[in-house]
Ligand binder design. Structure first.
Ligand SMILES: C[S@@+](CC[C@H](N)C(=O)[O-])C[C@H]1O[C@@H](n2cnc3c(N)ncnc32)[C@H](O)[C@@H]1O
Length: 215
């Protein structure tokens, strides 16, 4: 039985029925993502989106970094918590889909607070001389360790990192010596747990979100 077949679907429905409603702009964005993209499952889920929004509101960050914009759903969820003078920098390399996030960012209440940067994320991060209050890593899994190493010097005490898909459909419990994504996710989960500069736990929501705080 696969990881997803084991999920308790009635419980998922219960959880969704007891979470805040997503703003209308996000409903439209989700619909367009399913109509116009070939991998719509990459979008953050409804519950994950509300989690990102609430965590961001708890932190009221000045500077947020998102690695992996896709159609901009999580960007807009994270932006909900920005401080008045705050900014979210969201990075993606997919130029073909860029028109979707660009359109929704323009329509949103946060248009002036979103910097959407196209290009290779590692290259962009190196050029951003910013201390991050909140980071969401949700791009190519093969580069997760690289992203963590690039970001760590740009954190302050209390900064939060969220890393998505850290259970990798349950593959983290198995040996996958030839699967680079699985190896990277397992390695990053281990590095974070053993790093005395971090406190952390994995939230078992959806495909697992690593919640990390810089001490
Ligand atoms: C899972 S999706 C992001 C989903 C989005 N955060 C959300 O919650 O809706 C991953 C994205 O990472 C982007 N990506 C993959 N490798 C990248 C790289 N090296 N640099 C920048 N973006 C990359 C892909 O183009 C894709 O849009």
């Amino acid at each position: 039985m696969s990881y997803f077949e084991e999920l308790d679907l009635p419980m998922d429905r219960y959880l969704e029925a007891h979470a805040s409603t997503e703003p209308d702009i996000l409903k439209k964005l989700r619909k367009e993502t399913y109509q116009k993209t070939t991998q719509p499952h990459m979008i953050s889920g409804y519950l994950q989106g509300r989690l990102l929004s609430i965590l961001s509101k708890m932190i009221t960050p000045k500077n947020i970094l998102e690695i992996g914009t896709f159609t901009g759903y999580a960007t807009l969820c994270l932006a909900e918590g920005l401080s008045e003078d705050g900014k979210i920098y969201t990075l993606d390399k997919n130029e073909d889909l860029a028109y979707i996030p660009q359109k929704y960012f323009q329509q949103s209440d946060y248009a002036s607070q979103i910097e959407f940067i196209l290009g290779d994320a590692a290259h962009t991060i190196k050029n951003l001389d910013i201390i991050w209050d909140l980071v969401f890593i949700d791009a190519d899994k093969e580069n997760y360790e690289n992203y963590l190493q690039l970001i760590k010097p740009k954190l302050k005490s209390g900064s939060i990192i969220l890393i998505d898909n850290v259970l990798w459909y349950g593959k983290v419990l198995e040996e996958h010596p030839n699967n680079k994504a699985t190896q990277q996710i397992k390695l990053v989960n281990k590095i974070v747990t053993e790093d005395p500069d971090f406190e952390n736990l994995i939230l078992p929501l959806r495909d697992g979100i690593h919640l990390i705080r810089k001490k």
